[in-house]
Design a protein around this ligand. Structure first.
Ligand code: SF4
Length: 448
């Protein structure tokens, strides 16, 4: 049961020393009760008090780390059911399913064709779901083929010996072993503990999933993900939602406080349109790992865009750092363009500038993370702010005195020229997509 601030306060040293960053022990206790700070921030808590409080004040849903290096991902750790309450924290990851009877190299190469950046985020299938088909030797061979390829592995296998042999190949990459159920969980816990990897738990229905997870926790293992895939789409959706609701309820049931795996290859086999539709559903409703037959642009463009929209913190403007961004091999003599620090604007504009092939310096000043017209209307993009940034940050480093400003704020041209002595201000077209022709024409006419 969640502890109240007063319960926590009773266990603090009550010295109000402020070392935790709060003015009093009571203020600290209230923050801990709200989940705003961790109990470990107080260095003076006794061991007994820590032991009593750590479990009771831990977030209801565990944060699980899988994979290593660039392929390390955080799953779970969510605190709310709906994104409008507070931001979601761990975005779902996509896994491509392979089986030993497939051409595994070709399947991986096909999925790897989708790998691009969108607003500073890499979009690709982060995981490979290697599914055992009963042939242990072939399963291990398939695992060998996907090991060391920069993907986090999910080993879907209930045969303890086959899992052990596969872990001998890939355990350093911290895969997930998705193989525990009511019939084998003791053995699987032993294997997962020894290898130090996360264990996936499944059940024939939600009740068995609950009982098996509780039994595994009793064995002292809590590095878990829950396979909420059922026999049908309806059952899968119901289980995935019920599991999340149970762990984030007012009185949370921590037995279900783990991330989930949803296997769309099982509930909608070979049905691309249905898998895309379901993946959209499980991005919104609680899939932590979404397993699909493959990844291609038809799937990726829709799903990655949706995921990025849902998992971006709406309270934080998406900003890029102010500064000078040289493009296409630009140097100090290359023309200067300026726009705002709103991430979407930056990536759209810089993409078009790169496409033009014309060397140029893109200058980003602090506009509060707002788009061009919003920043202008809010007074964050003005002739004064642009002139100040150019004088302080650009003039010492760039010799060119030609500045291209966004077409939507053409009205600033005269004022900027008045404030920036020696600069020629050129107005760009209204739309970023027109920049390629615009720059090429300026270059062909010798104007830049
Ligand atoms: S650090 Fe501990 S003892 Fe000091 S004010 Fe914070 S809660 Fe109280």
């Amino acid at each position: 049961m969640a502890l109240k601030g007063l319960d926590i306060f009773k266990l603090t040293p009550k010295t109000n020393c402020k070392e935790c960053g709060s003015p009093t022990c009571m203020a600290f206790s209230m923050k801990v009760a709200q989940g705003a700070v961790d109990i470990s921030k107080c260095p003076h808590m006794s061991e007994e008090a820590m032991a009593a409080l750590s479990e009771a004040t831990a977030p209801p849903m565990k944060t699980i780390k899988v994979g290593t290096g660039d392929a390390e991902y955080t799953l779970g750790g969510e605190t709310v059911l709906a994104r409008h309450e507070k931001t979601f924290v761990s975005k779902p990851r996509f896994a491509v399913r392979v089986t030993p009877d497939m051409d595994v190299d070709a399947a991986l190469a096909e999925a790897n064709k989708v790998d691009y950046d969108r607003i500073g985020e890499r979009m690709h299938a982060e995981m490979v779901y290697v599914e055992c088909n009963g042939d242990a030797a072939a399963f291990v061979e398939a695992v060998k083929k996907v090991t060391g390829k920069g993907k986090t592995l999910v080993l879907a296998c209930k045969d303890a010996d086959a899992v052990k042999a596969a872990l001998d190949v890939c355990k350093d990459e911290k895969p997930i072993v998705n193989g525990a159920d009511a019939s084998n969980y003791e053995k699987m816990v032993e294997i997962a503990k020894e290898a130090g990897v996360v264990l996936g738990v499944s059940g024939k229905d939600i009740n068995e999933l609950y009982d098996t997870t509780a039994a595994i926790e009793k064995l002292g293992y809590k590095e878990l993900v829950l396979d909420t895939t059922g026999a049908t789409i309806k059952e899968t959706f119901a289980t995935t939602v019920q599991v999340r609701r149970a762990c984030l309820a007012k009185e949370p049931d921590r037995t279900f406080g783990y991330p989930s795996i949803v296997n769309l290859s099982k509930v909608a086999p070979d049905d691309e349109a249905m898998q895309i539709a379901l993946a959209s559903v499980f991005i919104l409703k609680y899939g932590s790992i979404i397993v699909m037959d493959t990844m291609n642009y038809a799937r990726g463009l829709a799903l990655y865009g949706l995921r990025q929209n849902v998992y971006t913190d709406p309270q934080k403007p998406m900003k890029v750092e102010p500064g000078i961004y040289p493009l296409n091999g630009a140097d100090e003599n290359s023309v200067v363009l300026t726009t705002v620090d709103f991430a979407l604007t930056y990536f759209v504009v810089s993409g078009e500038l790169e496409r033009s092939g014309v060397p140029c310096n893109l200058v980003i000043s602090d506009a509060g993370g707002l788009s061009v017209l919003t920043a202008w209307a809010a007074g964050k993009l003005s002739s004064t702010s642009v002139a100040k940034f150019i004088k302080e940050e650009v003039e010492p480093k760039i010799k060119s005195r030609k500045l291209i400003i966004p077409g939507k704020v053409a009205v600033l041209k005269g004022d900027i020229e008045a404030k920036l002595e020696g600069w020629q201000v050129i107005v760009a077209p209204n739309e970023a997509v027109q920049l390629v022709k615009f720059l090429k024409d300026l270059q062909a006419n010798g104007e830049i």
